[in-house]
Design a binder for this molecule. Structure first.
Ligand SMILES: *Cc1c(COP(=O)(O)O)cnc(C)c1O
Length: 400
């Protein structure tokens, strides 16, 4: 099929896409409308934690779909109860609210924190509602989560923005302390900043943040939409620093590719009253059945250790690539890693890698001088070797 036969203009233009239509996916591989295959290091944007169309997800969709699709959020359903119990049993949280996207889970966290701030007023008796977030952070594309994000320009793009999100600097505890006022109710951050180029919060910073928020009676909210669900080699990224946050949001990997997200909190913070939070599709049995199937895989003995080992292997191979091609270095946690190119050749590499023949390579360049790698968590060493060889060929062609 020719690309020109697709009427892509029926779609609202929201981003520049290459002239490719993907038709099939299996594991680390995607196939386009011409039958060309691509080694996929995007995986739906760090979403397909078990690769494309893993059997456990196909089975969960089929069997739950045949049984019950949606009894409405006004009633309990079995898969959502099962997944919530699995999440609370394996984390420091007691309660789970399911949603459909990372942004929606974060909206839930913001609403919960503001509600808690109404019940836990300042010394002067005022509602507390300000949530300190971070420059270069990313929390989603709704109005509130855009305001919470620290991407430059995002505060004015669809002005007026949602107020109440002063910005601190990651890994700078003094910058957080300086922003605390009588209105502050919480601090919210990504334990590893993803979209800004894979910048981990230092464990000492996370520990200092936990101590500071406790001391000042503030909530600590971790946005683990990208870094959670085994991506770093720990089930949750907060475990890297040994702290216990008050609220956590999950997305991306939790559904293994289907729209599912979650907001988790400790019992004392579960202050929503009936009618204050909800959503038509929230916690529907099909998506939560998939989530349970995904989490079953992540919890199998040895799975998270294999993410750590494979992450270390990817890191070592990226460092070799740096030596060979004079690149600046690499950073990240587990299988969320970035390669520092030292110059603005990221978009050029992405394009040339995709155009390689006979098989292409799909890469992401969140910043022009950076490549980000977010493979399936069960990527093989062979698939890492293939990616490195293809990337090396592209770097050879671009030259120094
Ligand atoms: C992707 C992402 C989001 C937004 O998730 P959506 O499902 O796109 O709404 C929020 N926070 C972080 C850290 C993310 O990486």
């Amino acid at each position: 099929m020719e690309f020109s036969q697709y009427d892509v203009n029926a779609l609202l233009q929201i981003t520049n896409r290459p002239n490719l239509v993907f038709t099939e996916g299996r594991g680390m591989w995607l196939t386009d409308h011409n039958g060309k295959r691509y080694l996929d290091y995007l995986q739906g944007w760090a979403v397909n934690c078990l690769g494309h169309s893993p059997q456990c997800i196909v089975d969960a969709l089929a069997s739950q779909g045949a049984k019950l699709i949606n009894p409405s959020p006004a009633f309990y359903n079995e898969p959502s109860i099962r997944l919530a119990s699995m999440l609370t049993a394996n984390s420091c949280f007691d309660r789970v609210f399911f949603a459909n996207s990372g942004a929606e889970a974060n909206e839930g966290a913001i609403k919960l924190a503001r509600k808690w701030g109404k019940l836990n007023k300042s010394a002067a008796g005022e509602n507390r509602y300000e949530i300190i977030t971070f420059n270069h952070g990313f929390h989603g594309r709704t109005l509130a989560t855009m305001s919470a994000s620290g991407k430059s320009g995002w505060d004015t793009m669809f002005a007026p923005q949602v107020p109440g999100f002063p910005k601190a600097e990651l890994n700078d505890i003094a910058s957080v302390e300086a922003l605390i006022t009588d209105r502050t109710v919480a601090v919210m951050l990504e334990p590893v900043q993803g979209e800004s180029g894979v910048i981990p919060a230092q464990p000492e910073f996370m520990q200092a943040l936990r101590a500071l928020t406790k001391q000042r009676n503030l909530l600590l909210i971790v946005d683990e939409v990208q870094a959670g669900m085994g991506r770093t080699g720990e089930l949750f990224a907060y475990q890297l620093s040994g702290i216990e946050p008050d609220i956590m949001t999950l997305g991306k990997g939790i559904g293994g590719g289907v729209p599912l997200s979650a907001m988790l909190c400790r019992e004392e913070i579960a202050v929503f009253e009936a009618g204050e939070q909800g959503g038509t599709y929230n916690g529907n049995p099909v998506m939560t059945a998939v989530g349970a199937a995904v989490l079953d895989e992540l919890l199998k003995p040895g799975f998270l250790q294999s993410v750590k080992d494979t992450g270390a292997y990817l890191r070592a191979e990226l460092l070799k690539l740096c030596d060979r091609h004079g690149l600046e270095g690499e950073r990240g946690e587990g299988l969320l890693r970035a390669l520092k190119l030292g110059r603005d050749i990221g978009p050029q590499i992405v394009e040339q890698a995709r155009n390689l023949e006979p098989v292409g390579l799909l890469l992401n360049s969140p910043r022009p001088d950076l490549l980000r790698f977010m493979p399936a968590l069960n990527v093989s060493r062979d698939e890492i070797d293939q990616m490195i060889a293809m990337l090396s060929a592209v770097l050879d062609k671009i030259g120094r």
